[in-house]
Design a protein around this ligand. Structure first.
Ligand code: MGD
Ligand code: MGD
Ligand code: MO
Length: 898
C-alpha cells in the first residue's frame, strides 16, 4: 500500500492508482479536461499537471501512477499559471457567445474558475452537422480533448471520429462520409456524453432536469442502468448511470454506456395516441371497424369481472388464459400468474418467453438444472474465446455487443455462427455462415471434431459428464465432411472452429434466436451445451452457455411463473405446489396448463373463450398471422392491457386497460444474466393509466378475491416473491439498492451467484451429453419457393414497434426491409428501395429491398417491426418440437419486383 505525501499531508492508497485517482479519492482533484473514467488516460490537456519532488517538470496526474514515498504538490502558483495558460490556449478559438449561453459545460466551469474568457478566433477548418435526429455537432466548440474520438473507439468500437488536417487546420470530423449518419454512427450518444465543451450535444435536452431518477432501461434484456431526467412530469433526457457510481465491482452492466434506444427513444411515453383511459369496445366483432368508448375504471373492471365470471361458469376456468408481459415488472408478472391460478383457477398462463428463449430455459434446465444463463456479462472481459451462435449483439444487445467487440480487439478469439455476416462477423476469426435451419448438423459436426481430434477435456468429462462413449458413437455420423454441404460451410472451417473453441480456455458462448426459433430450437441449445460439456467450459468465469434474453424483463416474466408448467422461481407444481398453497392460502389448480400456442389451438377448436393479454402484441408478433387471426377471432373476450392500441387491441380487443409505463412505476426487472434490478417511478402515471399490478389487484377484488391481492406497494409484492422463491430470498429491495446481485441468492448475507454450476450442476453432480439427431424442417426450398427467408431485428426498432415507432428513431431506420444479396439482386434486376412482393406457402407481404453483401445468395433477411407491413403473414406454423416456439427463422419464399 503506497504512502504518498500530498501538499504536505500523508495518505495511503491501494497500489495501481494514478495520481488523479488518488486525488479524487480524497476530494482534492486537480482540474482536468481530457480525462474520462471510461477511457485510457492520455494526458493531453495538460491541466491536471502536478509537481512531483525529484521531477524536473510537472507531470500529468491522469497518466502517472502513484508510488510509495511520492511527494506531490497540486496547487503551486507555478502550476496554477500553467493551467491558466493552457486553458487560454484551448479557449483561443472558442465562441464566447456559447460560453455565456451554456454555463454548465465542464470546460466553461474551468474557464470561470481561472477567469479565462474565450477569444473566438476563426478556425481554419471545422465540422458541423445538424442532420442527425438526436446528435448535434458544432466543432467550432471543440477543445481537442479527443474524448469523442476515444470513446467511440474504446467503448462503442464504432470508429466514427477521426483527426483531420495538420497544424492550425487540425480538426475532428467523421472518418468516413460527410455526416454522422454516413459515417456509420450508431447514435449511442457516448461522444455527446463525454464532450466537455458542447461541441457535441443532445439536440433535445438543452434544459437542465429538475430531478434525476436511477432506473433500468425499458428495452432489451441487458438491463442497463440509467438516470431519467425529468422536469414538470415529463422526460427531458436520459443518461447512463455514472461509470464509477457502483464501484469497481461493476454493479451496472453498462459501465456508463447506453445505446440509441435506452438513451434517446423515450418519446413514446408522451405521444398523443397513448391510451390513458380504460375503454370498452361498443361493437362486437373483429370483422368490423372497432368503436371504442372511454369509461371509468369502475365500469371497465365491473364489465370485465362479470364477463370472466360468466365465461368461467359456462365454459370452465380452463377456457380462460392470461399472458404476462416481458415489458412489465417482476411484481406485475408475479401477480398476473397468481391471478390466473388463484382467482380464475387455471394454469393457462404464459408470456412471450414462449416465442424466444423458452427453448433455452428448457434445454438449460433439463441438462444443467437451472434454466438461465450460466455466467455473467462481467465474464466478457475474462474469456479467451467467444462462440456467438444465432445472435446479433451489436444491434440487439448493443452494450454487450460493444463489450464483446472491445474484448476481441484486446485479443479474445471470436467464432460467429450466423447465415449473415453480422457486424461482429467482421471481427471474427472464423465466421460459419450456416444455412438457416442447419444448426444441429453444424453444432454436431463441431462436437464430432472435438471427439475425433481428442480436443475434449478428459478431467471434466471424467468427473462431471455421463454417456460420453454412447455420444462418441452417435456423433461420428456428423463428421464435418459429411454435413458441410448441407450446412453451406466448409468442413475445414468447421474443424478450425472446433479447434479454436476447444483450445482457447475459457471459452464463452452467447446464443440467440438463430438457435431457438426453429423446429429444433430446444435441441439446438442442447447441442451447444454438449460443446461446453465436452470442453469443460462450465462452472468457470469466462465460460458457459448464455442466452441473450429478449426484452427488459422476459427472463423475469417467465421466472415469476408466467409459464403453464412452472410456478415462481421456475419451480414445478409437483415440487413446490404445497408450499405455494400454504403461502397463498389457496389451492393451485391441478389441470395441465396451456402454453400460448396451445391456447391458440384451443381457440381455433372453439374450446377457449377469453384471453387477458398484458403488454404483448400477439397479433403482430406471433408467426402465421392467418392462424392467429383464426384463433383470436373465436374468442368472446380479449382484454388488452398496454400503453397503446396495439394491433391486437385494434383488431380483437374487447376491453382496454391503460397501463402505466416503465417510467411511471416502481418494481424490478430481471436481466439476461440473472440480476434483479430496480425500476423506479420518475413520472406520475399518465392520465388514468395504472401500474399493471394495480390493475390485476382491482380485477381480483372484483372477482371476489381480496386476500393476497391487497398489496400496498411493489415492494410488498416482491417480499412475497422472496417468500415463495427460496433462491431469491436474499434479494431484498434494501440490498439491491446498492448491490447488483445474481440469483441464486438464498439469504440476505449471500453474495449472489454470478457463475452457476461451479462444483456441481444445480440438479446433480453429473449430467449426460445429449444425442440429438437432425430433423429437416418442412420449410424447404423448391422451384416455387427458391429462397430461404430468415427474420429478425434491427438496431433502431424494437419488436412490435409500438415504442420505437413513436420516436425519432424512425428517421434513422424508417421501415422494415427485405435484405437481399448483390448477386440475387443483379440477377433479378432489383435495386435498393424497390418494392418486393414476398410470397411463402402461407401468405404474402410487400417490403422494400435493401441490397446487402452480408446476405448469401439464395437467402433473404427481413425485419418484422412495422405493423403496417405485418411480416408474420408469411411465416409458417412450424413450432419447436419440445416447447412450441414458432419457427420464425426459416421460411421458404419466392420474391418478385413490383
Ligand atoms: N434493436 C433491437 N434489440 C432487440 C430487439 C429488437 O426488436 N430490436 N428485440 C429483443 C428481443 S425480444 C430478443 S428475443 C432479442 C433477440 O436477439 P437476437 O437473438 O440477436 O435476434 P435476431 O436478430 O432475431 O436473430 C439473431 C440472428 O440469428 C440469425 N439466424 C437466423 N437463422 C439462423 C440459423 O439457422 N442459425 C444460426 N446460427 N443463426 C441464424 C440471424 O441472421 C440473426 O443475425 O433482441 C432483443 N433486443
Ligand atoms: N417474424 C418474426 N416475428 C417475431 C420474432 C422474429 O424474430 N421474427 N421475434 C419474436 C420475439 S423473440 C418476441 S419477444 C416477440 C415480441 O413481440 P411483442 O412482445 O408483441 O412485442 P414488444 O414490442 O416487446 O411489446 C409488447 C407490448 O408491450 C407494451 N408495453 C410496453 N411497456 C409496457 C408496460 O409496462 N405494461 C404493459 N401492460 N404493456 C407495456 C408495448 O406497447 C407493446 O404493445 O416477437 C416475436 N415475433
Ligand atoms: Mo424475444
Amino acid at each position: 500500500m503506497p504512502c504518498i505525501n500530498i501538499d504536505g499531508e500523508n495518505y495511503t492508497f491501494e497500489a495501481g492508482l494514478t495520481i488523479l485517482d488518488a486525488l479524487r479519492r480524497i476530494d482534492r482533484a486537480v482540474p482536468h479536461l481530457c480525462h474520462d473514467d471510461r477511457l485510457q488516460p492520455i494526458g493531453a490537456c495538460r491541466l491536471c499537471v502536478v509537481e512531483i519532488a525529484g521531477e524536473t517538470r510537472p507531470l500529468s496526474s491522469c497518466t502517472t501512477p502513484i508510488s510509495d514515498g511520492m511527494q506531490i504538490t497540486t496547487r503551486s502558483p507555478h502550476l496554477e499559471n500553467l493551467r491558466k495558460t493552457n486553458l487560454s490556449l484551448l479557449a483561443e478559438y472558442y465562441p464566447p457567445e456559447v460560453f455565456h449561453a451554456e454555463p454548465d459545460h465542464a470546460f466553461h466551469r474551468l474557464l470561470r474558475e481561472y477567469a479565462v474568457v474565450p477569444a473566438g478566433a476563426d478556425r481554419a477548418e471545422k465540422f458541423c452537422d445538424s442532420t442527425h435526429p438526436y446528435l448535434g455537432v458544432a466543432m467550432d466548440r471543440c477543445v481537442h480533448c479527443q474524448r469523442c474520438v476515444r470513446i467511440c473507439d474504446e467503448v462503442q468500437g464504432q470508429f466514427v471520429w477521426a483527426n483531420w488536417g495538420r497544424g492550425a487546420a487540425t480538426h475532428i470530423a467523421p472518418a468516413r462520409g460527410d455526416s454522422l449518419i454516413e459515417g456509420d454512427c450508431v447514435a449511442c450518444g457516448a461522444c455527446v456524453d463525454t464532450c466537455p465543451s458542447g461541441a457535441l450535444f443532445d439536440k433535445r435536452s438543452t434544459q437542465t432536469a429538475q430531478q434525476w431518477t436511477h432506473s433500468t432501461c425499458a428495452y432489451c434484456g441487458v438491463g442497463c442502468q440509467l438516470e431519467i431526467g425529468t422536469r414538470d412530469n415529463s422526460i427531458i433526457g436520459i443518461r447512463p448511470v455514472d461509470a464509477l457510481v457502483d464501484g469497481p465491482g461493476d454493479a451496472s452492466v453498462n459501465r456508463g454506456h447506453l445505446c440509441v434506444k435506452g438513451r434517446y427513444a423515450y418519446e413514446f411515453n408522451s405521444t398523443d395516441d397513448r391510451i390513458t383511459t380504460p375503454m370498452l369496445r361498443e361493437n362486437g366483432n373483429h370483422l368490423e371497424k372497432p368503436r371504442w368508448r372511454a369509461v371509468s375504471w369502475d365500469e371497465a373492471l365491473d364489465f370485465t369481472a362479470k364477463k370472466l365470471i360468466d365465461i368461467r361458469a359456462r365454459r370452465g376456468a380452463d377456457s380462460i388464459g392470461v399472458l404476462g408481459s416481458a415489458r412489465a415488472t417482476n411484481e406485475d408478472n408475479y401477480l398476473a400468474q397468481k391471478f390466473a391460478r388463484v382467482v380464475i383457477g387455471t394454469n393457462n398462463v404464459d408470456c412471450c418467453a414462449r416465442v424466444c428463449h423458452t427453448p433455452s430455459a428448457k434445454a438449460l434446465k433439463t441438462m444443467l438444472g437451472t434454466g438461465a444463463a450460466t455466467n455473467q456479462f462481467d465474464d466478457i472481459e475474462q474469456t479467451s474465446c467467444f462462440l456467438l451462435c444465432g445472435c446479433n449483439p451489436t444491434e440487439n444487445h448493443p452494450i454487450v455487443g460493444a463489450r464483446i467487440k472491445q474484448a476481441v480487439r484486446n485479443g479474445a478469439k471470436l467464432i460467429v455462427i450466423d447465415p449473415r455476416r453480422i457486424e461482429l462477423g467482421e471481427y471474427a476469426d472464423i465466421h460459419l455462415a450456416v444455412r438457416p435451419g442447419h444448426n444441429i448438423q453444424l453444432l454436431n459436426a463441431i462436437a464430432a471434431t472435438i471427439v475425433e481430434e481428442k480436443l475434449f477435456d478428459p478431467d471434466f468429462i471424467d468427473t462431471r459428464v455421463d454417456e460420453f462413449s454412447a455420444f462418441t458413437q452417435f456423433i461420428d455420423d456428423y463428421r464435418p465432411e459429411k454435413v458441410a454441404d448441407e450446412c453451406g460451410v466448409s468442413a475445414a472451417d468447421i474443424r478450425a472452429a472446433a479447434r479454436l473453441y476447444a483450445n482457447s480456455k475459457p471459452a464463452m458462448c452467447f446464443h440467440g434466436l438463430g438457435v431457438t426459433e426453429h423446429l429444433q430450437g430446444t435441441e439446438g441449445v442442447m447441442a451447444l451445451i454438449n460443446l461446453a460439456l465436452l470442453t469443460g467450459n462450465l462452472g468457470k468465469a469466462g465460460s458457459g452457455i448464455n442466452p441473450l434474453r429478449g426484452q427488459n424483463n422476459v427472463q423475469g416474466s417467465a421466472h415469476m411463473g408466467c409459464d403453464p408448467s412452472s410456478l415462481t422461481g421456475s419451480q414445478t407444481i409437483k415440487e413446490a405446489g404445497a408450499s405455494f398453497e400454504k403461502i397463498w392460502q389457496a389451492p393451485i389448480p391441478q389441470t395441465h396448463g396451456l402454453d400460448l400456442l396451445s391456447m391458440l389451438d384451443a381457440a381455433v377448436a372453439e374450446k377457449f373463450s377469453a384471453l387477458w393479454v398484458i403488454g404483448y402484441d400477439i397479433y403482430h408478433s406471433l408467426a402465421n398471422t392467418e392462424y392467429t387471426e383464426a384463433a383470436l377471432g373465436n374468442l368472446e373476450l380479449v382484454i388488452v392491457q398496454d400503453l397503446f392500441l396495439n394491433e391486437t387491441a385494434r383488431r380483437f380487443g374487447t376491453v382496454f386497460f391503460p397501463a402505466a409505463s416503465v417510467f411511471e412505476k416502481d418494481g424490478t426487472f430481471m436481466n439476461s444474466d440473472r440480476r434483479v434490478q430496480r425500476v423506479r417511478a420518475a413520472l406520475i402515471p399518465a392520465g388514468d393509466s395504472r401500474p399493471d399490478w394495480w390493475i390485476t389487484q382491482q380485477l381480483a377484488q372484483r372477482l371476489g378475491v381480496r386476500a393476497g391481492f391487497d398489496f400496498e406497494s411493489a415492494e410488498a409484492i416482491w417480499n412475497e416473491v422472496r417468500a415463495v422463491w427460496p433462491a431469491g430470498a436474499g434479494l431484498s429491495y434494501t440490498r439491491i439498492e446498492n448491490e447488483s446481485l445474481h440469483w441464486p441468492c438464498p439469504d440476505e448475507k449471500h453474495p449472489g451467484t454470478p457463475v452457476l454450476h461451479r462444483d456441481r450442476f444445480q440438479h446433480a453432480e453429473r449430467t449426460a451429453l445429449q444425442r440429438i439427431p437432425y430433423i429437416a424442417t418442412s420449410e424447404a426450398v423448391d422451384t416455387d419457393h427458391p429462397f430461404l427467408l430468415t427474420t429478425g431485428r434491427t438496431l433502431y426498432a424494437f419488436n412490435a414497434g409500438t415504442m420505437t415507432g413513436r420516436t425519432p428513431n424512425l428517421a434513422l431506420r424508417p421501415n422494415d426491409t427485405l435484405d437481399i444479396s448483390p448477386q440475387d439482386a443483379e440477377k433479378m434486376q432489383i435495386h435498393d428501395g424497390d418494392d418486393i412482393r414476398i410470397s411463402s406457402r402461407h401468405g404474402e407481404v410487400v417490403l422494400p429491398a435493401r441490397i446487402r453483401a452480408q446476405i448469401k445468395p439464395g437467402e433473404l433477411f427481413a425485419t418484422f417491426h412495422n405493423p403496417a407491413m405485418l411480416l408474420n403473414q408469411i411465416t409458417s406454423r412450424v413450432r419447436d418440437r419440445l416447447v412450441s416456439a414458432p419457427e420464425y427463422k426459416v421460411t421458404a419464399v419466392r420474391i418478385e419486383r413490383l
